[in-house]
Design a protein. Sequence first.
Length: 687
Amino acid sequence: MNFTPTDELAIRVVAYNDKQGGWIDNILNKPGQGGYIGSAVVIDRISGGVLTDPQNTPIISPENGKLVEDDTNDAIYAGVRFGMSYLINNDWSLLVQHTAQSLETEGVFSYDPNLEGESSVNRFTPEDNDDEFGLTTWTLKGRLDKLDVVYTGGYLDREISSTIDYTGYTNGGLYSAFYVCQYGSSVAAEDEVCLDPTKYYKENTDTSRITHELRFNTDVDNAWRVTAGIFYDDQELGTVGQFNIASTDKFPELARVLPGSEGINSDGGPFESGISFVNDVTHTIEQVAVFGQVEYDLTDQLTATLGARWYQIDDTFKGSTTSTDVSRRIRAFGTQDPAELDLATGGDGPGVLQAAIASGQLDVSLLDDSGTLTVDDTIFKASLDYKMNDDILLFTTYSEGFRPPVTNRQGGDLASNQSGAFNGFRIPVYSTTDSLDNFEVGMKGDFLDGILRVNATAFYSEITDLQTSRYDPTNISFLVFTDNVGDAEIKGIDADITWLASDNLVINAAFSLLDTELSRVNAELAGIAPGVGARLPYSAEFSGNIRARYYFELDDGYNGYFNASVSYTGDRLAGMSMDAYVTEDATRLIYGTGSGLPIQNEAATYDGTSFQDSNGDVFQGGRYIQESYAIANVSVGITKDDWKAEFYIDNLTDESAVLYIDTQQFTPKVVTNRPRTLGLRLSYDFY
């Protein structure tokens, strides 16, 4: 709804409620699924070593009969958007916008590929996700003498609460034996039968973020033009995660709280009963940046641009897990006090961590005595624009980018598996900044008297110290951490085309060609990460889309249109970790069958009986292939004045696309798209 109370004031309000039905079925878990502890095979695939479950005891098969349901993954979006534009005077204007939205979902949006069909799962805990946010933004524009001034900012407040089935954690090698069979050294198994492995995870995340930017621009009609400003960003993310991963009802001694917390979390509330592992961390990031850009018209056709941005980021990571006082650990690495290092990290022996720091294995140079991680740098941009004529622009650009470091909760720890490729591996205290150098050449042009528009860019990018997230509780740590895998190169072409085929038909098309590879691998990750020449994850060598819209006139002032589109995404590799064969082993042990997902073999040779790495150790590394897919959508609509009615069919061919493969619970889960959906949209604009 739009309305203008005065000539200077305009207001727009939009409210919406969208309930989307599910398509994933939670089917009955068949007796016997859950199988046996798979530690021996999983570990053997990784390192060639022999680590076995000393009991090899059958697990009680988990039951989900009460949760069996078709189309479990409903989603309800509800929200409101408010906008106000106010013309203060001839020189100044103010725009304020606010968006509030709630999202409530049930079930999951992925399927288990080891089950029949492409819409079935086995889940043993009711799952849900509630996501609420409020976002307020403001922009003040004005003019001071010969300077244009823009001040803009925003404030975000977001709360997410979720419950996740964590039964798959039982499949995680040594941890499965501990939590369902061995119960630690002080508790004996009951009747030598492993307990019901059903588990869950609850997480509450609160995010707040405020940004400010003040920018000045000189007159655009000058031969030289300057843009300069300052940017400030302050964000805080607090997470309380509660894991039920041990049978604390039978064995209370396995229930744990944070060190010194006495069961109270950072929000001031108690942890739930039955919780055996807790994460309670607060991550704050404060950034200030100063930027400037100069444009100069060398000739009427050639313009040069040079820009720079200096930034400083202060990153503070505080909190605890059940096993670690994270705040104390990070401060200890900042001070490098020998006694405090030994206490905060659990004790590696006198001088061991100091030696790892001195040798460069552990980098702690960015931490101060309080544990705050600080980085600052200056990045640059330079470009040349050549205007051949009124219709064609050629350009070349060099630009730099970065991602700041990420602190790890378990930084400094040795990998739990100290054999094979993991011998001597330590979790980095933080991942260092990864940086991007990007080179582009391209064109923007209108041809055939404006009937055809083509924008195209060819680029070459170099990434130094590429960051990657890792999760390997079988071999390294039961907590996610971030590492720098090495360097990478990306070559590609992007293009989009618009063709006015007739007075009634408009055709749009776009495509992307990519050639990606790792050009260097961190020596400590040799045999763990993919090797030099490996493709980067989630990057299709070819993707593209084409859309057509045809307009037609009807009687009595009605107008109609027909839309059709097809989008294609090529094969992509899932993740940077070579864990696909490990995951397949676990899947076969648990379900008696594999996932059926294709795997690209990497970093291994086959001698006729086994795979071996360069040291002769048995090893097979691979990544799942997320296969190509094409999605087609069609719609037909009729409009008149403020009314519009549209009938649509999304995913016309009912394609089940592999959008993402999740292996964090040791058997693959495939995130997929919504199946063929038919619907009718009605809208009316109020003024």
